[in-house]
Design a protein around this ligand. Structure first.
Ligand code: GDG
Length: 527
């Protein structure tokens, strides 16, 4: 990627993280040093918690861990630094296990760090989580303006929840400590922490969804407050340079008082400078590969094929998505319909498996989308299925990590075709799950952040172009072995070398550099 690719007239820096991705090697000793010197007082804050307590059928309390790669990656760091994680306590037994400070030590077996829970009523969650986070900020940042819902006064609840996070952070964080905020649920919290003069920690914030162009973001009713909120951070990270460039432009356009240095990737607002950097996020690649080669994965895969009548010699394509309108599932099914129409030789030989997990169903745009996906699956099957073969197998079951790794491994190709996606972890999980001699082909939308990193070795697709998409599936199905191997080898080394641990390490390394630049004394002490 060249600097000029990012924006035309203003020069934008070449970020080492994009240019040197394949050159870096995993270096755990560096992480250990960072953890020892820089993150002794690490506080993480996110909407979702890393552990959740619920009542089991027998009345006992069960602990569950969310499946996502981010919480697992951060959990591992927290276990090493013994910090504090602040999150919404959404489990039904969460209150039963906390102490007087709403805190429980986790993980349950080793009690390494504090999980402090914040409590919100259903009404508050409806406003803060469902309305503002997921009906305003999510569609806005995915440039789905027609889906934005901003009526009513839910904003004041979003502000209040963000302030409760800020209060908890201010209580917990030392002045020389580090706070690492996650995602769009907490856009106002950084500024609110600054407004509490009791403490002045280093604030880093990772935004996991796209940041749109100013021309789109200016539709936000509270655009100035959001940008001011985020400019309370010392470091703001996105997945790829495009989103950083969009944010810099937004900051310059939304607030008169900002000074933007495009070359340095920095915004100064009043007396604080926010550094804006891209860190493309990876997946727990080693764990996924281990799971993919285990007995449980093999057992799940065989049982799945039997249950769904998939023959041993059928070519499998896979898609795994939350049922979110940003993921492009109906468009993908339209492309499969075109494939079986225009390339009839694949009828009877290729089955597409769609794992679609239910999400945010309370929101009408999501429940309508789920129905649309079901109709699109039925349409393809009605038009093409035979007595012996089903073109699309659709499941909404939440599959175990091991089972999912088994399915990824069974698939000869993955169809990852979001209309817009901050990064996309599924495409990387698919690559990580190919083991031994597997050389799966990845079809990836050029609208996913991951395409900026992997685009050279995937079969690129444009999600709305059914004909081009169908041609791309045919290209993948007929790709010569040597070409499959060449592409897969490159994908594999990028995904394995740039896993979630590397992402955490890169962000922490940048935090360390920025804090040391601020405090030369700290630099001396760490050497
Ligand atoms: C946001 C951004 C960014 C799904 N079904 C099952 C299951 N999953 C897991 C996948 C994957 C995760 O859900 C989905 O991750 P994505 O990255 O694809 O998408 P979002 O949920 O929208 O995530 C995205 C990400 O944040 C991180 O910053 O990449 O752009 O939108 O891990 O495996 N996991 C299991 N069973 C399922 O049935 N075990």
């Amino acid at each position: 990627m060249q600097a000029g690719d990012i924006r035309g007239s203003k020069s934008y820096p070449r970020y080492p993280v994009m240019d040197e991705m394949q050159l870096r090697s995993t270096d755990s000793a560096t992480l250990d040093r960072l953890l020892e010197t820089a993150t002794a007082d690490l506080v993480v804050a996110s909407n979702r918690q890393p552990y959740r307590h619920d009542y089991g059928a027998d009345g006992d309390i069960d602990v569950t861990r969310p499946a996502g790669g981010l919480t697992a990656g951060l959990d591992e760091v927290m276990q090493r630094v013994e910090g504090t994680w602040i999150a919404w306590g959404d489990g039904e037994a969460d209150r039963a296990v906390v102490d007087g400070e709403d805190t429980v030590t986790v993980p349950p077996d080793s009690e390494a760090y504090d999980l402090q829970r914040l409590w919100f009523s259903e009404d508050v969650i409806e406003d803060y989580y469902y309305r503002i986070s997921n009906q305003l900020l999510w569609p806005l940042c995915h440039a789905a303006l027609a889906t934005v819902e901003a009526s009513g006064d839910a904003w004041s609840q979003y502000r209040e929840v963000n302030d409760e996070f800020a209060a908890a952070i201010a209580d917990r964080a030392e002045s020389d400590g580090i706070v690492w905020l996650q995602d769009y649920h907490l856009a106002l919290t950084p500024r609110q922490v600054r407004e509490r003069a009791s403490t002045d920690p280093f604030l880093a914030h990772s935004w996991h969804i796209p940041w749109p162009a100013w021309d789109t973001f200016r539709a936000a009713p509270h655009r100035r407050e959001i940008v001011r909120g985020l400019l309370g951070n010392d470091l703001l990270t996105f997945h790829v340079p495009r989103y950083c460039a969009n944010f810099l432009e937004t900051a310059e356009s939304a607030l008169d008082e900002t000074l933007v240095d495009y070359a340095a990737g920095q915004v100064t607002y009043r007396d604080r400078t926010t550094t804006v950097r891209p860190f493309p996020m990876g997946v727990p690649a080693d764990r996924i590969r281990e799971e993919a080669t285990g007995m449980e994965a093999a057992g799940f895969r065989e049982a799945f094929k039997r249950t769904h009548g998939i023959d041993a010699d059928t070519t499998i394509a896979i898609g795994v998505d939350r049922l979110d309108y940003s993921k492009g599932i109906p468009e993908r099914l339209a492309a499969l319909d075109t494939l079986f129409e225009q390339y009839p030789q694949w009828r009877g030989d290729v089955t597409y498996v769609q794992v679609g997990t239910e999400t945010r169903s309370w929101i009408p745009a999501y429940s309508r989308y789920q129905e649309r996906v079901e109709r699109a699956v039925d349409d393809v099957n009605d038009r093409h299925a035979t007595a012996e073969w089903r073109p699309v197998v659709y499941t909404t079951d939440m599959i175990s990590n091991e089972g999912l790794a088994g399915l990824y491994r069974a698939a000869d190709l993955a169809l990852v075709s979001p209309i817009r996606d901050g990064m996309n972890l599924v495409c990387q999980e698919y690559v990580a799950a190919q083991a031994d001699d597997d050389t799966g082909v990845l079809l990836l939308s050029d609208q996913a952040g991951a395409h900026d990193v992997l685009g050279e070795w995937v079969v690129s697709i444009r999600p709305y172009d059914s004909t081009g998409f169908a041609d791309a599936i045919d290209e993948a199905l007929t790709m010569p072995t040597a070409e499959r191997e060449r592409r897969f080898g490159a994908l594999e080394s990028v995904v394995l070398d740039n896993d979630i641990e590397q992402w955490v390490r890169d962000v922490l390394a940048t935090i360390t550099t920025l804090t040391e630049a601020d405090d030369p004394g700290a630099q001396d002490a760490s050497h």
